[in-house]
Design a protein around this ligand. Sequence first.
Ligand SMILES: [Zn+2]
Length: 603
Amino acid sequence: MATVKVYINGKLIGTTEDPEAFVEEVKAKRRSNELTNELNITYYEENKEVFIFTDPGRARRPLVIVEDGVSKLTDEIIDDVVSGKLKWFDLIHNGIIEYIDAEEEENAYIAMFEEDLTPEHTHLEIDPSTMLGICAGIIPYANHNSSPRNTMEAGMTKQALGLYVSNYNLRTDTRAHLLHQPQMPVVKTKSMESTEYDKRPSGQNFVVAILSYQGYNMEDALVMNKAALERGLGRSSFFRSYEASERRYPGGQEDHFEYPENMVRGYRSEEVYKNLDEDGLINPEVTVNSGDVLIGKTSPPRFLEDVDEFGTVAERRRETSVTVRHGEHGIVDKVMLTETIEGSKLAKVKVRDHRQPEYGDKFASRHGQKGVLGLIVPQENMPFNENGMCPDLMINPHAIPSRMSIGQIIEMLAGKAGCMEGKRIDGTPFTGVPEEEIKRLLRENGFETHGREQLYNGITGERFKAEIFVGVAYYQKLHHMTSDKVYARSRGPVQVLTRQPTEGRAREGGLRFGEMERDCLIAHGAALSLKERLLDESDKYEALICGDCGRLAVRDKIRDRTYCSICGETETFPVEISYAFKLLLDELKSLCISPNLVLEDKA
Ligand SMILES: [Zn+2]
């Protein structure tokens, strides 16, 4: 038998002649607590390698140990767990349940249900849905979805707004979102019980109809009921905390919270200070806009300067107030004054912004079906059924077939049944309430089992020829909101180095005219538009070039003359170049390369 290498945490530490027996022995010792239960061992037969891992940071999950096709988790043990005689860690120490990492899972053969067990099986799922993590665990009927949609939802649920903590009112998170009326989902999963999702939910139950509406829900846009939004659907608050402290500087000088006098260097304008009190702090419940001062603060001058006529140094303090960020606005929620560890004054101001859903806000169901709000329809124009009920949300039928998110269809049926029954439906993947049961509940409540209903056009009152699928789905408001992104700029700041416009909304930057946009103008032959975007409205620079040597010449404004620092008083010509190109010439010079421009007459 060939020798098999043994690695511990990636380090080769020895070999074994009988890998199977070795691996079995290590596993047996782990199960009998001779070795730590945090150890995992894997045998790769094709590579003749045994890997042992004890590293921190591996994702591991618990499984029931199976021997000879029999689960170690017997009914007696379950009874002991239920009565409290045995705890979770007893199950691990007694070798009934063990944690497996991704590597060891390669050697495992895991049964989903106890009745599926065969002698080949090594493990049994505690519940099939435990193969999903916390995020994927909130997807009801995930086993009916295509896996990319489940993966997408696992990512998106982290972006959902909700009740993120219950003491948000006492906290000063730099930024925080809060959903105003979070609801427990009508269709729940078992994972939610473990993560106590119901105590901190992050979504609301929407009545959803799957139909197009005048094209305003094409390409995954959403059409919502205006009345529902006015009742508080999808409403949230955004909080941002600002802070400042009275720093002490060497030399005994310090910052001051105060209403800055107009003597101060960098004084803004009376307008932005108008809400400050004498202590330099703003008051709660004041409406503020971007640029308004929240904490008035002055700092000592950076350098000693300005000797006045008496020979003393006039202290001209600097303005260092904290202002509302560019592009943001809101209402002052809280003003706190305390002190730092060093004992200097510390002020924190929390600003709140009320967010009612608006065009472009992003929402998603729990099945990777995301979209942005495309139209808000007055309730009287919404389609309605024979009871006069109209949906909160209309999604486009094209959102379903190619994505195969059947879980959403079942969730909507289950949600509808749950609402009519006044109870929550268990939508746990693999073991949830089956479709037949949902259909039975719907039938009992006078609905069609397929979930479709006769709807009437809200505008004309005519009956739609097709029946429309209507149900209740849990929708999440995601933290990508229009008011955080909407932006335009005409003129604004430029970078010092390149003289090109700054980048990004927070820096009042320009809108990038990228490579593909450039290609587009070239294709149109719009040469002047191209020059305008890339040069005139960016980093246009007029360089003086020496006619003799072609290098950058100098303009001496004081003596009103131009000259070349190499050739002397020669004829110079102004040439229009981009400042970035001038920068390139300078950088080449720093590499001991002297570039020169060959000038020609303008065509
Ligand atoms: Zn020259």
